[in-house]
Design a binder for this molecule. Sequence first.
Ligand SMILES: [Zn+2]
Length: 242
Amino acid sequence: MPEGPFLLFLKNKLQRYKGKTVSEVSGDAAIDHTLFNKVNLIDIQTFGTHFLFLFKEFFVAIEVNSVGNVLVNKRKKINAGFSFHFEENEINFYNSEPTVYQGKPTDYFNFKTDISKPEFDAEFVLNELQTRHAEESIGDALLNQNILAGVGPIIRTETLYHAKIHPDSLIKAIPEKKLIFLLKVTVDYAEEILTLLKTDSVEKNALIFEKKICPKDKSAIIIEETGNSKTYVCPKCQKLFK
Ligand SMILES: [Zn+2]
């Protein structure tokens, strides 16, 4: 599972294709290829772990499970699942399914939940957490893209460590002040990642993600498997609210 800011970073590099004409698309995806006959690509956006390619009356959403599955003017040995072709360039997507939507992204995606968007609404998310997800663990909720779009394993590990909350804590047991702080840290860290990506130093600067020892108290970091991704925990620093 990728982190939203990684997609945003890649999106910024794709901006040069904005305003260009798509000559055709290719791939096995079950979408109507005739829609893309010489259409103008109006904008490229992201939502959480989706790339959004905007055309006049519709847009294409492509959920990406790893940024390594998006290649510009390069190909893997296997066939791309979906490709945009421009006059002299191409963007190839591997293991990613495109979906065509009529209308605009905000008709389908709630921008208030995207940690990297100016529309992010911490109060809205806090309310969602405390009402509809109160009985869940914060570790699960953070990776739920319907609650917080763009949080991946690194952001989850680092922000819970920073907020001193154990991932198994029940949301209803976590003091509101702590949840508010956690959301603030999440947005700040997502922004920091964008800067760190410029020097490819996200992992290097992580405090406990894929690390063995807590930098604060030298405790051994514990790896927990939650869902299908790992989270790293300092048992001393992070409090379990139950
Ligand atoms: Zn610690």
